[in-house]
Design a protein around this ligand. Structure first.
Ligand code: GLN
Length: 204
C-alpha cells in the first residue's frame, strides 16, 4: 500500500482548516505528495476526509472563527471518534488541553494531554530556525522554522515526545491519532513530517 492511499486503496483526502493563517502552504505540500487537499471552512467540508491539518496563524482568531463558522463542535466530535488531526503552531495550541495564557474564553479543541505556553520564545527569539533531531523521521535533521511558536511544557503519560530543542523544550508530540508540532514543517520544503502524518492517517 502506498502511503498516499488509505486502506480502501483510494487517494487520501486531507483537509486543511482554512479560516486564517498559512493553510495554503500545507495544501501545496499535500498536493506535491499526491494527496487530495481540501480547504475546510464549513462543517460540511469535514465530510469524507481522512484527516485534517490545523495550520499556524493566530490561535485566538482561528478559535473564534471556528465557533463563528459552527465547525468547532463538529470537529471535536470527530476527534473523539478517532479522526486524525495534526496541529502546527497555532493549531497545536488549539489541540492542547491546557494553555498557560489562553485569553479568557479563547475557544480551543482541548484534546491532547499536553500543556503549552504561547509565544514561549519572547520578543528576542520570537522567530528562529534550527536543525532538529526527529528520530521518527530518520537520521537526517529536520530544519524547523519557529514563528512566534509555543513550547510544550508538560505531557501526559500517553504522549510520545518526537522532538526537543537542545535545552530540552518539547516541540513535537504524538498522542494516538493526534500530532502536534510547535514549528512550521510546511515552509521547510522537507516533506517528511507531512509523510509521517499521512502514514498515521493511512494506518489507523
Ligand atoms: N503566536 C501564535 C498564537 O499564539 C502562534 C504563531 C504561529 O502559529 N506561527 O496563536
Amino acid at each position: 500500500m502506498q502511503e498516499t492511499e488509505n486502506t480502501y486503496n483510494r487517494t487520501l483526502r486531507i483537509g486543511v482548516l482554512a479560516l486564517q493563517g498559512d493553510f495554503a502552504a500545507h495544501m501545496k505540500m499535500l498536493a506535491n505528495l499526491g494527496v487530495e487537499a481540501k480547504a475546510v471552512k464549513l462543517p460540511a467540508h469535514l465530510d469524507d476526509l481522512d484527516g485534517i491539518i490545523l495550520p499556524g496563524g493566530e490561535s485566538t482568531a482561528i478559535g473564534k472563527l471556528m465557533v463563528l463558522y459552527d465547525i468547532r463542535d463538529v470537529l471535536l466530535k470527530k476527534i473523539r471518534e478517532g479522526f486524525p488531526v495534526w496541529g502546527t503552531c497555532a493549531g497545536l495550541i488549539l489541540l492542547a488541553k491546557e494553555t498557560d495564557n489562553a485569553l479568557a474564553g479563547q475557544p480551543l479543541l482541548a484534546s491532547m494531554d499536553i500543556k503549552v505556553r504561547r509565544n514561549a520564545f519572547g520578543s528576542q527569539r520570537e522567530s528562529f530556525e534550527t536543525d532538529l533531531s526527529v528520530p521518527v523521521l530518520g537520521e537526517a535533521p529536520f530544519h524547523a522554522f519557529f514563528i512566534r511558536g509555543p513550547i510544550i511544557e508538560k505531557v501526559g503519560p500517553e504522549v510520545e515526545v518526537l522532538a526537543t530543542l537542545d535545552d530540552g523544550s518539547i516541540v513535537a508530540v504524538r498522542e494516538g491519532h493526534l500530532l502536534g508540532t510547535a514549528f512550521h514543517p510546511e515552509v521547510s520544503g522537507d516533506p517528511r513530517f507531512h509523510q509521517y502524518f499521512l502514514r498515521l492517517v493511512g494506518t489507523r
